[in-house]
Design a binder for this molecule. Structure first.
Ligand code: CU
Length: 133
């Protein structure tokens, strides 16, 4: 009886592992355009509906040269239907750095899409997931 239970648990864990593996392969980390390095950091570390989320995006070329005239737009949407997405533009705050503040007003899973347009018309898109408490 116990052996059967253990077998069931092991089968479940194996299925979970397999699913995780497939998920990873179908959603590989987004490859950015050649020569561009994007870093996304955010505050606060614990995201709640009471405190605004501050996102900081830095853009550089691979050789370290800053990218200073990008246009950075953010779209925050929840992982369920029926919500109006929140749109905002990030402001350039210093060399290579773009910042935006978003109020994630509902508890649950959020996806923030970061859309970047470079002055050579290249576009970069990346999404970041957050969970508000
Ligand atoms: Cu919602």
């Amino acid at each position: 009886m116990l052996a059967k239970k253990i077998q069931a648990i092991l089968t479940f864990l194996f299925a979970l592992l397999l699913f995780g593996f497939l998920y990873w392969h179908y959603h590989p980390p987004l490859k950015l355009k050649k020569d561009i390095v994007m870093k996304v950091t955010f505050l606060p570390k614990k995201i709640t509906t009471e405190e605004a989320l501050n996102l900081k995006i830095t853009l550089n070329h691979f050789d370290g040269q800053p990218i200073n005239n990008a246009r950075v737009k953010l779209e925050a949407t929840m992982n369920h239907a029926g919500m109006i997405p929140l749109l905002t533009d990030a402001t350039k705050t210093k060399e290579n750095t773009y910042e935006a503040t978003i109020n994630l007003t509902m508890k649950g899973g959020w996806i923030v899409f970061i859309n970047i347009k470079l002055d050579d018309h290249q576009e970069i898109k990346k999404s970041v997931h957050f969970t508000t408490e």
